[in-house]
Design a protein around this ligand. Sequence first.
Ligand SMILES: Cc1cc2nc3c(=O)[nH]c(=O)nc-3n(C[C@H](O)[C@H](O)[C@H](O)COP(=O)(O)O)c2cc1C
Length: 366
Amino acid sequence: MQTLPSLTIGLYTTPYPIIQGGMGIRISGAHLAAAVANAGGIGVISAVGLGMNSPYFDIEEKNPKKRQEQFFEANRLALIDELNKARTLSPNGVIGVNIMVAARDYETLVRTAVDHGVNLIISGAGLPLTLPELTAHRPEVALVPIVSSQRAAQVICKKWQRSFGRLPDAFVVENPQAAGGHLGAKAEELDDPALGPERVIPELVSYLAETSRTPIPVIAAGGIGDRASLNQALALGASGVQMGTRFIPTEECDADQRYKEFHLNAKPEDVVLVPSPVGLPGRALHNPFVDRILAGVAPGPQNQCFANCLQVCKFRDRRETYCILRALDRASRGDVENGLVFAGSGVGRSDRILPVAELMAELVGG
Ligand SMILES: Cc1cc2nc3c(=O)[nH]c(=O)nc-3n(C[C@H](O)[C@H](O)[C@H](O)COP(=O)(O)O)c2cc1C
């Protein structure tokens, strides 16, 4: 088997071109990120809603204003804890944080991450147009937007160059036709071949080669989970891959054991699209929770918005869909019947819950 190339993003080089995608809530925390970093990839902590299941937050707080303030402060403190834990577990590994532009505490989380030793910020769910400004005092931190089209990447490059005199250190291109979690395209657009990696990756690679004198790596994400799919992405011109789903049934994944087993036992035919309060669909595993959402069953009174966590939220504003924080949090704590279990279309590639080092060895052919 051919040896894989190393991956350089900004000041950081890893032996293998593999990024473990940020997965919220608490699916990729310090344990998973550190294990991937120790095995020669880039480990990524998802910053979304970390405070929710932390000692800093009490969901029973009755004063709504106090509860919201406490939630955002808990997210900040829990992110610091998670970063410190990851650094202790992986003193020399490359560790990133995934922060969603759509989160109301986006700016606070970005500043917190860069001030606590993170190597990369990976940012999607919206265009991270102000990211360089928020991180200007830490130029060593690499900045990596997530996009689903060459057009979105172009908007970011132009804005960053004009306003901040710099370009991204890499792009993650997430294929909405296969990736787990929130997708960067509407359900009715998903069949459009223009969104497929065969089109988007070569287009973006050539645009970046024209735009920048220094190479800007393109990282392919969505549906990649074995050596064959990794090789395909590299053959399209990607410099590396970002994988989420395949890292879930691992010993170090931060989710509850029942969540990992639910993933382990799932097959590609169990993967469905679900509406989400952010307005775009998500890809998840079929379960009774998804059945209720698809049937339009109204959320119960215990499901009120408690944190006002998103910039745009159909649930908060119109009582449509459901509270995404509660749904993801329930799942990661092990309630896989009543929570939302995100998954990519390539689920079911593992036959047991593996240590990350073993999975990485399988991927890199060692
Ligand atoms: C359970 C789960 C949670 C995710 N959470 C996030 C997240 O919080 N932020 C984000 O940008 N992407 C999130 N993603 C997307 C991953 O970072 C990654 O890009 C994606 O999983 C790649 O597709 P794959 O699952 O087919 O490998 C999530 C994916 C999964 C499966």
